[in-house]
Ligand binder design. Structure first.
Ligand code: NIG
Ligand code: FE
Length: 405
C-alpha cells in the first residue's frame, strides 16, 4: 500500500503557468498541493499520488500564475503632484520643475508634514489596488523624507503595512534620492551624513532590506553613489540604483560593479552597461509608467539585455511624480507596447525576475516546490491575456501562503 501524503490543500482545475526558468513552462490540467504555506508538490493532476488534504479547490478552468511582485515602488508619500502633471502637459520639463524646487522636493515637504498614521492610510489605499490584482510581494522605498527622522518614518510605515496586510514587503533606504534644501550646495556633506550616521542607524533599527540611490545629473553623481554603496556594503546591505533614467552616467555599470541586485529605469543604458550587468547578475528593472508619463522618447536597450542574458523585471514605480500607477498589470501591457517585451517576458518581469531584483527568488517568483504558496487564479484562456487587457480590473483569486486572501 503506497503511503498517503498529508497536505493542507490541493488546488486543481487550471493550467499552471509556473514561470520556471522565466518561461511560461505551462502544465495543463495541473495540481498544486500546499503544506504549511508552501508548495509541497505540483505537476499534472494525473500524477498526484495518494494523499489526504483538508481542503480541495477545483478552480474550474483558467490559469494559475505565481503571485505578482512589484519590485520598485515609492508607495509611501504625502500629497500628490497633479499640478505638476498639468505643468508638464503644458510643456515644462521634469528637470525644469525639479530645478525650480518642485518635483521630488515638493513631495518631500508634504511627506515631512504628514504624520505616520496619515501616511499609512494613504499608502493603504494604493496598496489595496495593487493587491486586488494579484500582487503578493512589493518593494517600498523611503526617499521623500531626507531627514533621518522622516526617512525612518517612511520605513516604519512600510513595516506597519506588512504587519497589517497579507503581503510581503521589502524596504529600500533611498536617502540619496534628492538633495534636501538644508544641504543646498553641500551635496558631499549630505552624502557623508548618509554614510556615517543615517545608514548605520537605519541598519541598526532593522528598517532597510536594501539601499537605493538616484544617480542622475539632477540628483547624485557616480562618485557620490559610490560612497553610499561602499558604506552600505560595509553594513552588509544589498544595493539597488535608479540609473540612466534621464541621461547616461554609467550608474548601471557602477551598480553592477558593486554586485547590486538591480539597476532601474535604464532608458539611457548602453550595450556596455548591459554587458556589465550580465556579468554581475544585476537585474534590469524597467519602469514603463515613468517612461510614459515623462513622454520619454529614448527606450531601454531591451535587445542588448536580451542578447546579454540580463534578467528584465517590470515594476510600477508607483510614485506621485513620474508614475502615479496603481496597477502592475497595466505595466505588463506598457512593457509590451512601449518596450517591445513579449507577454512572456513581461510576466517573468513581474514574477521570477522581480523576485531576483529583490533577492527573494529562493522563496517566491515561480511555482516551484518549497517556495511560498503565493499564487493567483485568473479565469482567462491564455497567459498573454494578462498583458493584453488594457486597464480595468481582471477578476482573480489570490492565494497568499496557502490561504485565499
Ligand atoms: O523612480 N527617479 C527618481 N525617482 C522617482 C521619481 C520620484 C518623483 O518624481 O517623485 C522615479 O521615477
Ligand atoms: Fe523610482
Amino acid at each position: 500500500m503506497p503511503v498517503s501524503v498529508q497536505y493542507d490543500s490541493v488546488w486543481t482545475g487550471a493550467t499552471l503557468v509556473t514561470l520556471q526558468e522565466g518561461r511560461y513552462s505551462a502544465i495543463p490540467d495541473g495540481a498544486i498541493a500546499v503544506r504549511d504555506g508552501r508548495i509541497a508538490w505540483l505537476g499534472p493532476r494525473q500524477a498526484l499520488g495518494p494523499h489526504d488534504a483538508r481542503e480541495y479547490q477545483d478552480v474550474g478552468g483558467g490559469i494559475i500564475t505565481p503571485g505578482l511582485i512589484d519590485c520598485h515602488t515609492h508607495l509611501v508619500f504625502g500629497g500628490d503632484r497633479s499640478r505638476e502633471f498639468e505643468q508638464r502637459l503644458s510643456g515644462v520639463s521634469y528637470s525644469e520643475i525639479a530645478a525650480a524646487g518642485g518635483g521630488i522636493l515638493s513631495t518631500v515637504r508634504a511627506t515631512r508634514d504628514a504624520d505616520e498614521d496619515h501616511l499609512l492610510a494613504a499608502a493603504e489605499q494604493r496598496l489595496a489596488l495593487l493587491m486586488a490584482e494579484g500582487v503578493t510581494c512589493i518593494e517600498i522605498k523611503s526617499g521623500y523624507g531626507l531627514t533621518l527622522d522622516s526617512e525612518m518614518k517612511m520605513l516604519r510605515v512600510a513595516r506597519r503595512l506588512a504587519e497589517r496586510h497579507p503581503i510581503d514587503i521589502k524596504t529600500s533606504f533611498l536617502a540619496a534620492h534628492a538633495l534636501p534644501p538644508e544641504y543646498h550646495g553641500r551635496a558631499d556633506d549630505y552624502i557623508t551624513l548618509i554614510c556615517e550616521e543615517w545608514l548605520p542607524a537605519v541598519a541598526a533599527a532593522g528598517l532597510a532590506d536594501a539601499v537605493d540611490g538616484f544617480c542622475e545629473h539632477l540628483a547624485f553623481s557616480p562618485a557620490q553613489i559610490t560612497r553610499v554603496f561602499e558604506a552600505a556594503t560595509r553594513l552588509g546591505l544589498p544595493l539597488k540604483l535608479h540609473a540612466e533614467q534621464l541621461s547616461s552616467l554609467g550608474g548601471s555599470t557602477l551598480a553592477a560593479r558593486f554586485g547590486a541586485l538591480s539597476a532601474d529605469h535604464l532608458e539611457y543604458a548602453t550595450a556596455d552597461d548591459a554587458r556589465a550587468m550580465a556579468a554581475a547578475g544585476t537585474v534590469a528593472v524597467l519602469l514603463p509608467g515613468a517612461c510614459y508619463l515623462l513622454r520619454e522618447s529614448q527606450m531601454p536597450p531591451v535587445a542588448h539585455f536580451r542578447q546579454q542574458g540580463v534578467k528584465m523585471a517590470l515594476a510600477s514605480d508607483s510614485n506621485p511624480g513620474t508614475s502615479p500607477a496603481c496597477s502592475l498589470r497595466l505595466m505588463l501591457n506598457m512593457g509590451c507596447t512601449l518596450f517591445h517585451l513579449t507577454p512572456e517576458e513581461a510576466l517573468a518581469g513581474v514574477t521570477l525576475h522581480a523576485a531576483h531584483a529583490l533577492g527573494v527568488a529562493p522563496e517566491q517568483g515561480s511555482l516551484a516546490v518549497g517556495k511560498w504558496a503565493n499564487f493567483v487564479h485568473w479565469p482567462v484562456a491564455a497567459p498573454a491575456e494578462l498583458a493584453y487587457w488594457l486597464g480595468g480590473q481582471l477578476p482573480c483569486t489570490v492565494i497568499y501562503r496557502g490561504r485565499r486572501r
